[in-house]
Design a protein around this ligand. Structure first.
Ligand code: SF4
Ligand code: SF4
Length: 438
C-alpha cells in the first residue's frame, strides 16, 4: 500500500465496446470504446458559463480567468497534494464551477495551499496562484471566511504578526543567543545584512531556537547583520495568498517605510514566504531589494565553517514550496546539508520540483481545523510518513512554518522517533555551539 494510501484510484466505467442503434435506420452498430462517449449526453450543453463569468468579472483586477482555459487533460490532479488526501485539483475545481458550483461559497476555496505544483505541469497555464487569492478576496468581501483565518487577519492587522504577539517582544529571542545581535532601532549604524526574522523565528519557541542558531553561525562566519526588533512587521505573503490583499498592501507600505530608515546592502530572511514577497510582490509596488534566503547566504560560505563535531545522522530534506518550486532554489539547502560532517542525506520520492507541500502555504498554516473537516489527513502528516519511510532519523527543513507542523505530525502519526530540525540548528550543533549529538 502506498504511504497514506487511503486514496483509491477511480475505476474506469467505459465498456470496451457498445452496441448502438442508429436513430435514422434503426440498424444496430457495434462501436469501440473511444466512440461510446459520442452517444452520451454532453454536459457542456447543460450548463452555462455563469460560474466562470463571476470569477472573471471579480473586482480584484484579473488572474481568475485562467480557470476557464482548462481542457481537462488531468495532468494537475495526480501532482496536487490535496488530492492525495481528498478530491481536489484544478481540473476538479474547473468541473465544479462548470456544473454550477459557486467557488466563493464552496469549502474548496480554502483548501489550495498555492503550492504551485499544478501550474508546473499544466499545458494551459491554469494558474491557481492567481485564481485562489483573488477568489478568496471576493469571498472575504462577502464576509465568507473561515473563523480561524479571520482571527489571524485581525491579529496581523493589530499587532503586525500572525501570532498576535506583542511587537515589543520581537527581539526577545536575542537575549539567549550567546552572541550580541545588533538591533537597528537602538543602533542604526549601517550593516551589510538586514536579517528579516519574520514571525515564527521571532516568537515560536522552536523558531527562536533556530534564530539563535542563525545568530551564532552568522557571527562565527563574520556576517555583519542587524535586525529591526520591535519595528519589524510580517512581510505578509501568506495573508495575501489567503485573500487579504488590502492588509498586504498596507504591510508593504509600513515595511518599506521602516526599511528606508536604515542602511544595508541586502535582506536575508529564513522565511520562504517572506522571501517570495520581497522578490516578487514588493517590486511590483515600487520597492526593490537584494534578497537572499538564509541558505543562499550561507551556502557560498560553507568552506569557511570550522566544524567541531561529526553528527552521525541520516536525514531527509523537505523542499519548501516557496523556496523551491516558486523561486527555483533547490541546491543551497542541499549544499549546506551535504557539507555537515557525519550526515547522510536520503531523498524522499517527492522532492525538488515535485516536492510535496507541508500544507502551510497560502494560509493553510492557519486553517488546520478547517482542512481537517474536508480531508482524510493533514498534508504535514502525509509528508512525515513519507519522511519516516526513507529510514531517516531526522527530517530537516528550512522554512519557519515547518518545524512545528512536522513535529505535531510526527506525534500524531506515531513517528515520534523522527526528529524535525531546521538546517541551521544542525549546522550550529556541528560547529560545536549546540548540544552534543546523541
Ligand atoms: S493540467 Fe491544466 S488543462 Fe489539464 S486538467 Fe489540469 S488545469 Fe486543466
Ligand atoms: S496550487 Fe497546489 S494545492 Fe493548489 S490546486 Fe495546485 S497543486 Fe493543488
Amino acid at each position: 500500500m502506498p504511504i497514506g494510501g487511503r486514496k483509491v484510484s477511480p475505476t474506469a466505467v467505459e465498456k470496451e465496446s457498445a452496441v448502438v442503434a442508429s436513430p435514422i435506420s434503426g440498424r444496430e452498430v457495434e462501436l469501440p470504446a473511444m466512440w461510446n462517449r459520442m452517444f452520451e449526453p454532453r454536459v457542456l450543453s447543460d450548463y452555462g458559463p455563469d460560474g466562470f463569468a463571476r470569477l472573471r468579472d471579480m473586482a480584484g483586477g484579473g488572474g481568475t480567468e485562467s480557470l476557464e482555459w482548462c481542457y481537462g487533460c488531468n495532468k494537475c490532479v495526480p501532482v496536487c497534494p490535496v488530492d492525495l488526501v481528498g478530491e481536489y485539483g484544478p481540473r476538479k475545481i474547473h468541473r465544479k464551477v462548470q456544473t454550477g458550483v459557486d467557488l466563493l461559497e464552496d469549502p474548496d476555496l480554502w483548501l489550495c495551499t498555492t503550492c504551485g505544483n499544478c501550474l508546473r505541469v499544466c499545458p494551459k497555464e491554469v494558474d491557481m496562484i492567481q485564481i485562489m487569492p483573488e477568489a478568496r478576496e471576493g469571498a472575504l468581501a462577502e464576509g465568507n471566511v473561515p473563523s480561524e483565518l479571520q482571527d489571524v487577519f485581525q491579529k496581523t492587522f493589530r499587532y503586525g504578526n500572525a501570532l498576535g504577539e506583542n511587537p515589543r517582544r520581537r527581539a526577545q529571542w536575542t537575549r539567549d543567543a550567546g552572541v550580541p545581535v545588533k538591533v537597528l532601532p537602538k543602533d542604526p549604524s549601517p550593516v551589510d545584512v538586514l536579517f528579516y526574522v519574520e514571525d515564527y523565528w521571532s516568537y515560536h519557541p522552536r523558531g527562536q531556537e533556530a534564530a539563535r542558531a542563525f545568530a551564532r553561525v552568522a557571527t562565527a562566519l563574520g556576517v555583519d547583520f542587524g535586525i529591526l526588533g520591535h519595528e519589524e512587521k510580517t512581510l505578509g505573503d501568506s495573508q495575501r495568498l489567503a485573500g487579504e490583499k488590502g492588509l498586504f498592501d498596507s504591510l508593504v507600505e509600513d515595511v518599506a517605510a521602516t526599511l528606508s530608515k536604515y542602511e544595508f546592502n541586502r535582506i536575508v530572511t529564513p522565511d520562504p514566504h517572506g522571501f517570495n514577497a520581497l522578490v516578487k510582490e514588493y517590486p511590483k509596488r515600487g520597492h526593490t531589494f537584494e534578497v537572499l534566503h538564509y541558505t543562499q547566504l550561507l551556502a557560498p560560505l560553507v568552506d569557511r565553517i570550522e566544524w567541531q563535531r561529526e553528527l552521525n545522522l541520516t536525514v531527509t530534506f523537505h523542499d519548501p514550496c516557496y523556496l523551491g518550486r516558486h523561486n527555483g532554489e533547490y541546491d543551497a539547502p542541499r549544499t549546506l546539508i551535504n557539507a555537515i560532517p557525519g550526515i547522510e542525506l536520503v531523498e524522499m520520492g517527492r522532492c525538488r520540483e515535485n516536492g510535496y507541500c507541508c500544507g502551510g502555504g497560502g494560509g493553510g498554516m492557519w486553517l488546520d481545523g478547517f482542512t481537517r473537516d474536508h480531508t482524510t489527513e493533514r498534508l504535514s502528516e502525509r509528508r512525515v510518513r513519507e519522511a519516516a519511510a526513507t529510514g531517516a532519523d531526522t527530517l530537516v527543513v528550512c522554512c519557519p512554518y515547518e518545524v512545528s507542523r512536522f513535529e505535531d505530525a510526527a506525534k500524531s502519526t506515531g513517528n515520534d522517533h523522527l526528529k524535525v530540525r531546521d538546517i541551521i540548528e544542525i549546522i550550529d550543533e556541528a560547529m560545536g555551539h549546540g548540544p552534543a549529538a546523541s
